[in-house]
Design a protein around this ligand. Structure first.
Ligand SMILES: *Cc1c(COP(=O)(O)O)cnc(C)c1O
Length: 370
Protein backbone atom coordinates (compact mmCIF):
# COMPACT_ATOMS: atom_id res chain seq x y z
CA UNK A 1 0.00 0.00 0.00
CA UNK A 2 1.40 3.38 -0.92
CA UNK A 3 1.48 6.04 1.79
CA UNK A 4 -1.16 8.77 1.81
CA UNK A 5 -0.44 11.93 -0.11
CA UNK A 6 1.00 14.84 1.85
CA UNK A 7 -1.18 17.63 0.51
CA UNK A 8 -0.22 21.20 -0.34
CA UNK A 9 -3.63 22.24 1.04
CA UNK A 10 -6.24 20.14 2.85
CA UNK A 11 -9.72 21.45 2.01
CA UNK A 12 -11.50 18.32 3.29
CA UNK A 13 -10.14 18.85 6.80
CA UNK A 14 -10.81 22.54 6.49
CA UNK A 15 -14.49 21.85 5.85
CA UNK A 16 -14.66 19.43 8.81
CA UNK A 17 -13.40 22.29 10.97
CA UNK A 18 -15.58 25.04 9.50
CA UNK A 19 -18.78 23.12 8.84
CA UNK A 20 -20.73 24.07 11.98
CA UNK A 21 -20.21 27.84 11.96
CA UNK A 22 -20.18 28.00 8.13
CA UNK A 23 -23.59 26.33 7.84
CA UNK A 24 -24.99 28.59 10.55
CA UNK A 25 -23.61 31.62 8.68
CA UNK A 26 -25.21 30.43 5.42
CA UNK A 27 -28.52 29.92 7.13
CA UNK A 28 -28.43 33.39 8.63
CA UNK A 29 -27.67 35.00 5.26
CA UNK A 30 -30.30 32.89 3.50
CA UNK A 31 -32.94 33.84 6.00
CA UNK A 32 -32.02 37.51 5.85
CA UNK A 33 -32.82 37.70 2.13
CA UNK A 34 -29.98 40.24 1.69
CA UNK A 35 -27.04 38.88 -0.32
CA UNK A 36 -24.79 41.73 -1.47
CA UNK A 37 -23.16 44.57 0.52
CA UNK A 38 -25.10 44.43 3.75
CA UNK A 39 -24.67 43.84 7.47
CA UNK A 40 -22.38 40.82 7.09
CA UNK A 41 -19.88 42.67 4.88
CA UNK A 42 -19.94 45.63 7.26
CA UNK A 43 -19.39 43.45 10.31
CA UNK A 44 -16.57 41.54 8.62
CA UNK A 45 -14.90 44.75 7.42
CA UNK A 46 -14.99 46.12 10.92
CA UNK A 47 -13.55 42.94 12.50
CA UNK A 48 -10.86 42.65 9.84
CA UNK A 49 -9.78 46.26 10.32
CA UNK A 50 -9.52 45.73 14.08
CA UNK A 51 -7.63 42.45 13.73
CA UNK A 52 -5.21 44.05 11.26
CA UNK A 53 -4.79 47.36 13.05
CA UNK A 54 -5.99 49.62 10.22
CA UNK A 55 -9.03 51.90 10.47
CA UNK A 56 -11.01 51.08 7.33
CA UNK A 57 -11.52 47.83 5.44
CA UNK A 58 -13.39 47.69 2.13
CA UNK A 59 -14.47 44.25 0.89
CA UNK A 60 -14.02 43.54 -2.83
CA UNK A 61 -14.67 40.65 -5.19
CA UNK A 62 -11.05 39.42 -5.11
CA UNK A 63 -7.48 40.43 -4.33
CA UNK A 64 -6.63 41.62 -7.82
CA UNK A 65 -9.58 44.02 -7.76
CA UNK A 66 -8.54 45.22 -4.30
CA UNK A 67 -5.16 46.27 -5.77
CA UNK A 68 -6.77 47.93 -8.80
CA UNK A 69 -9.33 49.76 -6.67
CA UNK A 70 -6.67 50.93 -4.18
CA UNK A 71 -4.66 52.42 -7.03
CA UNK A 72 -7.71 54.05 -8.61
CA UNK A 73 -9.04 55.36 -5.29
CA UNK A 74 -5.53 56.60 -4.46
CA UNK A 75 -5.52 58.66 -7.66
CA UNK A 76 -3.07 56.81 -9.92
CA UNK A 77 -2.83 58.92 -13.09
CA UNK A 78 -3.37 57.00 -16.33
CA UNK A 79 0.00 56.21 -17.87
CA UNK A 80 1.94 56.68 -14.62
CA UNK A 81 4.81 54.29 -14.09
CA UNK A 82 4.44 51.95 -11.14
CA UNK A 83 7.48 50.27 -9.64
CA UNK A 84 6.74 46.70 -8.69
CA UNK A 85 8.25 43.26 -8.26
CA UNK A 86 8.72 40.68 -11.02
CA UNK A 87 8.27 37.76 -8.59
CA UNK A 88 4.63 37.52 -7.52
CA UNK A 89 1.24 36.29 -8.58
CA UNK A 90 0.45 37.74 -12.02
CA UNK A 91 -2.46 39.61 -10.38
CA UNK A 92 -0.08 42.22 -8.89
CA UNK A 93 1.01 43.47 -12.29
CA UNK A 94 -2.36 42.65 -13.85
CA UNK A 95 -4.07 45.04 -11.43
CA UNK A 96 -1.53 47.81 -12.14
CA UNK A 97 -2.25 47.48 -15.86
CA UNK A 98 -6.02 47.43 -15.29
CA UNK A 99 -5.73 50.61 -13.22
CA UNK A 100 -3.99 52.34 -16.15
CA UNK A 101 -0.44 52.15 -14.75
CA UNK A 102 2.73 51.12 -16.55
CA UNK A 103 4.65 48.51 -14.55
CA UNK A 104 8.40 48.92 -14.14
CA UNK A 105 10.19 46.03 -12.49
CA UNK A 106 12.69 46.24 -9.64
CA UNK A 107 14.73 43.12 -8.91
CA UNK A 108 14.20 41.24 -5.64
CA UNK A 109 16.55 40.62 -2.78
CA UNK A 110 17.51 37.11 -1.68
CA UNK A 111 14.26 36.77 0.29
CA UNK A 112 12.29 37.28 -2.93
CA UNK A 113 11.06 40.73 -1.87
CA UNK A 114 11.51 43.98 -3.82
CA UNK A 115 15.12 45.08 -3.28
CA UNK A 116 14.72 48.41 -1.48
CA UNK A 117 18.26 49.53 -2.32
CA UNK A 118 17.55 49.07 -6.01
CA UNK A 119 14.23 50.83 -5.49
CA UNK A 120 16.05 53.81 -4.02
CA UNK A 121 18.52 53.86 -6.93
CA UNK A 122 15.62 53.93 -9.39
CA UNK A 123 14.00 56.79 -7.46
CA UNK A 124 17.26 58.74 -7.41
CA UNK A 125 17.74 58.21 -11.14
CA UNK A 126 14.27 59.48 -12.05
CA UNK A 127 12.59 62.02 -9.81
CA UNK A 128 9.25 61.66 -11.62
CA UNK A 129 8.66 58.17 -10.18
CA UNK A 130 6.01 58.27 -7.42
CA UNK A 131 4.08 54.98 -7.36
CA UNK A 132 5.27 51.71 -5.84
CA UNK A 133 3.50 48.36 -5.43
CA UNK A 134 5.66 46.02 -3.35
CA UNK A 135 4.53 42.52 -2.35
CA UNK A 136 5.02 40.94 1.07
CA UNK A 137 5.67 37.59 -0.59
CA UNK A 138 5.42 34.12 1.00
CA UNK A 139 4.02 35.61 4.25
CA UNK A 140 7.18 37.65 4.86
CA UNK A 141 7.24 41.35 5.67
CA UNK A 142 9.37 43.90 3.84
CA UNK A 143 11.55 46.20 5.90
CA UNK A 144 8.87 48.72 6.85
CA UNK A 145 11.35 51.11 8.45
CA UNK A 146 13.18 51.52 5.15
CA UNK A 147 9.94 51.58 3.18
CA UNK A 148 8.60 54.42 5.36
CA UNK A 149 11.85 56.36 4.95
CA UNK A 150 11.69 56.02 1.16
CA UNK A 151 8.03 57.05 1.22
CA UNK A 152 8.88 60.25 3.12
CA UNK A 153 12.07 61.08 1.24
CA UNK A 154 10.69 60.56 -2.26
CA UNK A 155 7.03 61.49 -1.58
CA UNK A 156 5.89 58.06 -2.67
CA UNK A 157 2.44 56.60 -3.04
CA UNK A 158 2.86 52.99 -1.97
CA UNK A 159 0.17 50.33 -2.33
CA UNK A 160 1.20 47.22 -0.40
CA UNK A 161 0.15 43.84 -1.80
CA UNK A 162 -0.59 41.84 1.36
CA UNK A 163 -2.40 38.94 -0.31
CA UNK A 164 0.05 36.45 1.25
CA UNK A 165 0.89 38.28 4.43
CA UNK A 166 -2.13 39.23 6.59
CA UNK A 167 -0.73 39.59 10.10
CA UNK A 168 2.97 39.77 9.19
CA UNK A 169 4.88 42.47 11.06
CA UNK A 170 8.18 44.37 11.06
CA UNK A 171 9.27 45.59 14.51
CA UNK A 172 5.66 45.05 15.59
CA UNK A 173 4.19 47.22 12.81
CA UNK A 174 1.74 45.43 10.51
CA UNK A 175 2.43 45.07 6.82
CA UNK A 176 0.12 47.39 4.92
CA UNK A 177 0.54 50.25 7.39
CA UNK A 178 3.19 52.22 5.45
CA UNK A 179 1.41 52.71 2.15
CA UNK A 180 -1.75 54.57 1.22
CA UNK A 181 -3.50 51.18 1.35
CA UNK A 182 -3.03 47.45 1.77
CA UNK A 183 -4.74 44.97 -0.52
CA UNK A 184 -5.41 41.37 0.37
CA UNK A 185 -7.10 38.26 -0.99
CA UNK A 186 -9.41 35.64 0.50
CA UNK A 187 -8.70 33.15 -2.26
CA UNK A 188 -9.18 29.71 -0.64
CA UNK A 189 -5.46 28.88 -0.39
CA UNK A 190 -4.56 32.16 1.33
CA UNK A 191 -4.00 32.47 5.09
CA UNK A 192 -7.53 33.86 5.50
CA UNK A 193 -9.37 31.88 2.85
CA UNK A 194 -13.06 32.16 1.90
CA UNK A 195 -15.17 29.48 0.20
CA UNK A 196 -14.78 31.22 -3.12
CA UNK A 197 -13.33 34.51 -4.29
CA UNK A 198 -12.99 37.55 -2.09
CA UNK A 199 -10.61 40.37 -1.25
CA UNK A 200 -10.31 43.62 0.65
CA UNK A 201 -8.33 46.80 0.83
CA UNK A 202 -7.42 48.39 4.13
CA UNK A 203 -6.37 51.95 4.86
CA UNK A 204 -6.19 54.61 7.54
CA UNK A 205 -7.30 57.21 4.98
CA UNK A 206 -11.06 57.77 5.32
CA UNK A 207 -11.37 59.53 1.97
CA UNK A 208 -9.52 56.75 0.14
CA UNK A 209 -11.86 54.21 1.80
CA UNK A 210 -14.90 56.22 0.70
CA UNK A 211 -13.59 56.43 -2.87
CA UNK A 212 -12.93 52.66 -2.84
CA UNK A 213 -16.53 52.00 -1.74
CA UNK A 214 -17.64 54.06 -4.69
CA UNK A 215 -15.27 52.31 -7.14
CA UNK A 216 -16.34 48.81 -6.11
CA UNK A 217 -20.04 49.53 -6.73
CA UNK A 218 -20.31 50.89 -10.32
CA UNK A 219 -18.85 54.17 -9.13
CA UNK A 220 -22.08 55.01 -7.33
CA UNK A 221 -21.90 57.88 -4.86
CA UNK A 222 -25.62 57.49 -4.13
CA UNK A 223 -28.23 55.16 -5.56
CA UNK A 224 -28.31 55.62 -9.37
CA UNK A 225 -25.76 58.43 -9.17
CA UNK A 226 -22.49 57.36 -10.85
CA UNK A 227 -19.75 59.73 -9.83
CA UNK A 228 -17.16 57.45 -11.49
CA UNK A 229 -17.13 54.82 -14.22
CA UNK A 230 -16.57 52.18 -11.57
CA UNK A 231 -16.27 48.40 -11.36
CA UNK A 232 -18.55 45.70 -10.10
CA UNK A 233 -16.34 44.29 -7.38
CA UNK A 234 -18.39 43.55 -4.29
CA UNK A 235 -17.86 40.99 -1.55
CA UNK A 236 -20.84 38.66 -1.11
CA UNK A 237 -22.70 38.60 2.20
CA UNK A 238 -22.25 34.83 2.18
CA UNK A 239 -18.45 34.99 1.93
CA UNK A 240 -18.30 37.79 4.50
CA UNK A 241 -20.47 35.81 6.94
CA UNK A 242 -18.35 32.66 6.54
CA UNK A 243 -15.14 34.63 6.94
CA UNK A 244 -16.50 36.41 10.00
CA UNK A 245 -18.00 33.46 11.88
CA UNK A 246 -16.00 30.47 10.71
CA UNK A 247 -12.56 31.54 9.45
CA UNK A 248 -11.51 34.71 11.27
CA UNK A 249 -11.87 33.10 14.74
CA UNK A 250 -9.39 30.38 13.68
CA UNK A 251 -7.01 32.67 11.84
CA UNK A 252 -4.62 33.10 14.81
CA UNK A 253 -4.49 29.37 15.45
CA UNK A 254 -3.93 28.60 11.76
CA UNK A 255 -1.15 31.17 11.58
CA UNK A 256 0.59 29.72 14.64
CA UNK A 257 0.53 26.26 13.09
CA UNK A 258 2.03 27.59 9.85
CA UNK A 259 4.75 29.36 11.84
CA UNK A 260 5.50 26.19 13.82
CA UNK A 261 5.82 24.21 10.58
CA UNK A 262 8.20 26.80 9.13
CA UNK A 263 10.27 26.70 12.35
CA UNK A 264 10.41 22.90 12.14
CA UNK A 265 11.66 22.98 8.55
CA UNK A 266 14.28 25.56 9.45
CA UNK A 267 15.48 23.52 12.44
CA UNK A 268 15.47 20.08 10.81
CA UNK A 269 16.07 20.48 7.10
CA UNK A 270 19.76 19.93 6.42
CA UNK A 271 20.69 19.09 2.85
CA UNK A 272 23.67 20.50 0.96
CA UNK A 273 21.47 21.20 -2.10
CA UNK A 274 18.47 22.73 -0.33
CA UNK A 275 18.53 26.19 1.28
CA UNK A 276 15.79 27.97 3.20
CA UNK A 277 15.28 31.68 2.54
CA UNK A 278 17.14 33.93 5.01
CA UNK A 279 15.11 35.38 7.89
CA UNK A 280 15.10 38.98 9.07
CA UNK A 281 15.29 39.38 12.85
CA UNK A 282 12.84 42.30 12.92
CA UNK A 283 10.18 40.37 11.04
CA UNK A 284 7.36 38.07 12.06
CA UNK A 285 6.37 36.08 8.98
CA UNK A 286 2.95 34.44 8.72
CA UNK A 287 4.50 31.57 6.75
CA UNK A 288 2.05 31.51 3.86
CA UNK A 289 4.46 29.44 1.75
CA UNK A 290 7.74 27.69 2.50
CA UNK A 291 10.05 27.90 -0.50
CA UNK A 292 13.46 26.27 -0.51
CA UNK A 293 16.14 27.04 -3.08
CA UNK A 294 17.28 23.94 -4.94
CA UNK A 295 20.85 23.64 -6.15
CA UNK A 296 20.89 21.10 -8.94
CA UNK A 297 17.89 19.98 -10.94
CA UNK A 298 14.61 21.37 -9.63
CA UNK A 299 12.81 19.01 -11.98
CA UNK A 300 14.54 16.04 -10.39
CA UNK A 301 13.75 17.27 -6.87
CA UNK A 302 10.06 17.75 -7.74
CA UNK A 303 9.96 14.25 -9.25
CA UNK A 304 11.63 12.88 -6.12
CA UNK A 305 8.99 14.49 -3.86
CA UNK A 306 6.22 13.21 -6.08
CA UNK A 307 7.63 9.70 -5.85
CA UNK A 308 7.45 10.10 -2.06
CA UNK A 309 3.79 11.16 -2.33
CA UNK A 310 4.43 14.76 -1.40
CA UNK A 311 2.69 17.64 -3.19
CA UNK A 312 5.11 20.47 -3.90
CA UNK A 313 4.76 23.56 -6.07
CA UNK A 314 6.83 26.43 -7.50
CA UNK A 315 6.12 30.05 -6.59
CA UNK A 316 6.72 31.24 -9.21
CA UNK A 317 8.17 29.31 -12.16
CA UNK A 318 8.61 32.42 -14.31
CA UNK A 319 8.85 36.15 -13.85
CA UNK A 320 5.83 38.34 -14.60
CA UNK A 321 7.61 40.42 -17.30
CA UNK A 322 8.50 37.16 -19.09
CA UNK A 323 4.83 36.13 -19.34
CA UNK A 324 3.38 36.15 -22.88
CA UNK A 325 0.91 38.90 -21.86
CA UNK A 326 3.82 41.29 -21.27
CA UNK A 327 6.69 39.71 -23.19
CA UNK A 328 9.28 42.08 -21.73
CA UNK A 329 11.81 39.26 -21.94
CA UNK A 330 15.44 39.76 -21.12
CA UNK A 331 15.08 42.43 -18.41
CA UNK A 332 18.07 42.43 -16.06
CA UNK A 333 16.52 40.87 -12.94
CA UNK A 334 19.16 38.31 -11.93
CA UNK A 335 18.11 37.63 -8.32
CA UNK A 336 14.40 37.19 -9.05
CA UNK A 337 15.22 35.13 -12.13
CA UNK A 338 17.47 32.84 -10.10
CA UNK A 339 14.68 32.33 -7.53
CA UNK A 340 12.08 31.67 -10.23
CA UNK A 341 14.35 29.00 -11.67
CA UNK A 342 15.22 27.29 -8.38
CA UNK A 343 12.47 27.59 -5.74
CA UNK A 344 10.27 24.71 -4.62
CA UNK A 345 7.46 25.28 -2.12
CA UNK A 346 7.21 22.52 0.51
CA UNK A 347 3.80 21.71 2.05
CA UNK A 348 2.73 24.18 4.73
CA UNK A 349 -0.90 24.39 5.85
CA UNK A 350 -2.69 24.41 9.21
CA UNK A 351 -3.68 20.72 9.11
CA UNK A 352 -0.27 19.27 8.27
CA UNK A 353 0.53 16.76 11.05
CA UNK A 354 3.88 16.26 12.76
CA UNK A 355 4.11 12.82 11.14
CA UNK A 356 3.60 14.33 7.67
CA UNK A 357 6.08 17.07 8.42
CA UNK A 358 8.67 14.49 9.39
CA UNK A 359 7.90 12.59 6.19
CA UNK A 360 8.60 15.71 4.11
CA UNK A 361 11.91 16.33 5.88
CA UNK A 362 12.95 12.66 5.53
CA UNK A 363 12.06 12.68 1.84
CA UNK A 364 14.14 15.83 1.35
CA UNK A 365 17.09 14.22 3.14
CA UNK A 366 16.76 11.11 0.97
CA UNK A 367 17.21 13.15 -2.21
CA UNK A 368 20.37 12.27 -4.02
CA UNK A 369 21.11 15.43 -5.98
CA UNK A 370 24.26 14.12 -7.66
C1 LIG B 1 -3.41 35.67 -4.62
C2 LIG B 1 -2.64 36.90 -4.89
C3 LIG B 1 -3.20 38.01 -5.53
C4 LIG B 1 -4.54 37.98 -6.18
O1 LIG B 1 -5.61 37.63 -5.39
P1 LIG B 1 -6.94 37.06 -6.07
O2 LIG B 1 -7.93 37.05 -4.95
O3 LIG B 1 -6.63 35.71 -6.61
O4 LIG B 1 -7.33 38.02 -7.16
C5 LIG B 1 -2.42 39.15 -5.66
N1 LIG B 1 -1.18 39.20 -5.19
C6 LIG B 1 -0.60 38.16 -4.58
C7 LIG B 1 0.79 38.30 -4.06
C8 LIG B 1 -1.30 36.96 -4.42
O5 LIG B 1 -0.70 35.93 -3.81
Amino acid sequence: MSPTLVLANDFAQLWDTLEGPALAAMQRVGRSGWFILGKEVQAFESSLGKAWGLNHAVGCANGMDAIEISLRAGGLPVGARVLTTPLSAFATTGAILRAGGVPQFIDTDERGLMDLQLLESALQADSTLRWVVPVHLYGQCLNLTTLARLRDTYKLKIMEDCAQSIGATWLGKPCGSVGIAAATSFYPTKNLGAMGDGGALLTNDASLAAAARCWRDYGQSAKYVHALAGLNSRLDELQAAILLDAVLPLWGKFTHRRQAIAAFYRAHLHHPHLTCLPVAAAEISVAHLFPVIVRGSRQAFLAHLQAHHIQAATHYPSLIPDQPALALTGLHLPVARHLAAHVVSLPIHPFLTDVELQRVVSACHAWDAE
